[in-house]
Design a protein around this ligand. Structure first.
Ligand code: NAD
Ligand code: IPM
Ligand code: MN
Length: 363
């Protein structure tokens, strides 16, 4: 198969892990006889420096003409004092909105080989298998009025949490659809004891649930969910929630796997193209060290193979290679247990590629 992939490496370790994922995709192409065409676009701080905008129109066009998009991460201290509309993060929000990527899937699963890397006890995390479905194009991130109310430095500010019923409905439906194919349970997370928007969210969840009698629906307040997620994570199957709650809870969920550097994501729209990115950021604290964990990005590429290209065998081959490399004891610094020597980003990528190419069992 021939596929066009838009590649937006972005800033900081985004660049480092994207390079790794591309190499793994090239290995997949070689191994399975596919042609992947990679076309690079600017986003984030790099785009601000080059052309004065965090998301140039050329990048939007490139994405729209591609079969799928792979994005590293954006942001960094260099651009922190920029006005909000000229921050790298704006580029990320804009591409999500431009492509109507309303549902962000963030799976968290247990890796037996990483049990020691999590600060949580093995009994707590063993067997965890959940997917966070985060609403991605609404809520506080996109409400108006917003920061512009402070353009003259006033001592008042407003951010608006705005949703239309249809926006809630489509993402909640997707969560039920997913649960139907998984363990049959949806946990809808909100703050209905305080927020009007959450009360509507609950109402919508109840009405969608009627269309899925085989799926169990539970409601949970977000503060309790944050606690349950580390106390009893195995109780969750599909978690669906609004934009900001999902952002916060998914970083927390990554601790169940062992590291933020392990969690991939897929952002879906009605008609595509879909976008794939790790959930972590540009990690300025380790930028340029060659120590970043590339697996979240590599696993995002595997999600792309499965969800955008229906290359199921290929996706499994990548996931299996990652598993084998971890089982063989290779660890970047973030998942390293005490007293052992970590591998670099590049070495980890090499191991995944070598395993993928050598693995007879995969074919
Ligand atoms: P971060 O996710 O970049 O880093 C948080 C911590 O996790 C850091 O200690 C970092 O070193 C570590 N970490 C993250 N990814 C890792 C990996 N692959 N391997 C090893 N360690 C890893 O979050 P932050 O520090 O709060 O934000 C830094 C910048 O990134 C900010 O500008 C923020 O806006 C941006 N950001 C971007 C995205 C994105 O592009 N999707 C996501 C989150 C944060
Ligand atoms: C993420 C990030 C982004 C978000 C930021 C960088 C805008 O934290 O993708 O999780 O909050 O959505
Ligand atoms: Mn985040």
């Amino acid at each position: 198969m021939k596929k066009r992939i838009a590649v937006l490496p972005g800033d900081g370790i985004g660049k480092e892990v994207t390079k790794g994922a591309i190499e793994v995709l090239q290995a997949v192409g070689e191994r399975f006889g596919h042609q992947f065409y990679f076309q690079y676009g600017l986003i984030g701080g790099e785009a601000i420096d080059a052309v004065g905008s965090p998301l140039p129109n050329e990048t939007i066009e490139l994405c729209k003409q591609s079969d799928a998009i792979l994005l590293g991460a954006v942001g960094g201290p260099k651009w922190e004092s920029q006005p909000t509309h000229l921050r790298p993060e704006r580029g990320l929000l804009k591409i999500r909105k431009e492509l109507s990527l309303y549902a962000n899937l963030r799976p968290t699963s247990y890796y037996a080989s990483l049990a020691e890397s999590s600060p949580l006890r093995k009994e707590v995390i063993e067997g965890v298998d959940m997917v966070m479905v985060r609403e991605l194009t609404g809520g506080l991130y996109f409400g108006k009025p917003s920061e512009r109310t402070r353009k003259n430095g006033e001592d008042e500010v407003v951010d608006t949490l705005y949703y239309k019923r249809a926006e809630m409905e489509r993402v909640i439906k997707l969560a039920f659809q997913l649960a139907k194919e998984r363990k049959g349970k949806v946990t809808s997370v909100d703050k209905a004891n305080v927020l009007e928007s959450s009360r509507m969210w609950r109402e919508v969840a109840e009405s969608v649930a009627k269309e899925y009698p085989a799926v169990e629906l539970e409601h949970m307040l977000v503060d309790n969910a944050a606690m349950q997620m580390i106390k009893k994570p195995k109780r969750f199957d599909v978690v669906v929630t609004e934009n900001m709650f999902g952002d916060i809870l998914s970083d927390e969920a990554s601790v169940l796997t062992g590291s933020l550097g392990m969690l991939p994501s897929a952002s879906l729209s009605e008609d595509g193209p879909y976008l794939y990115e790790p959930i972590h950021g540009s990690a300025p604290d380790i930028e340029g060290e060659n120590t970043a964990n590339p697996l979240a990005m590599i696993l995002s590429a595997a999600m792309m193979l499965r969800l955008s290209f229906s290359m199921h065998e290929e996706a499994e081959a990548v996931e299996q290679a990652v598993n084998q490399v971890l089982e063989a004891g290779y660890r970047t610094k973030d998942i390293m247990t005490f007293g052992k020597k970590p591998v670099t980003t590049k070495e980890m990528v090499e191991e995944v590629k070598a395993t993928l190419m050598d693995n007879e069992a995969i074919m």
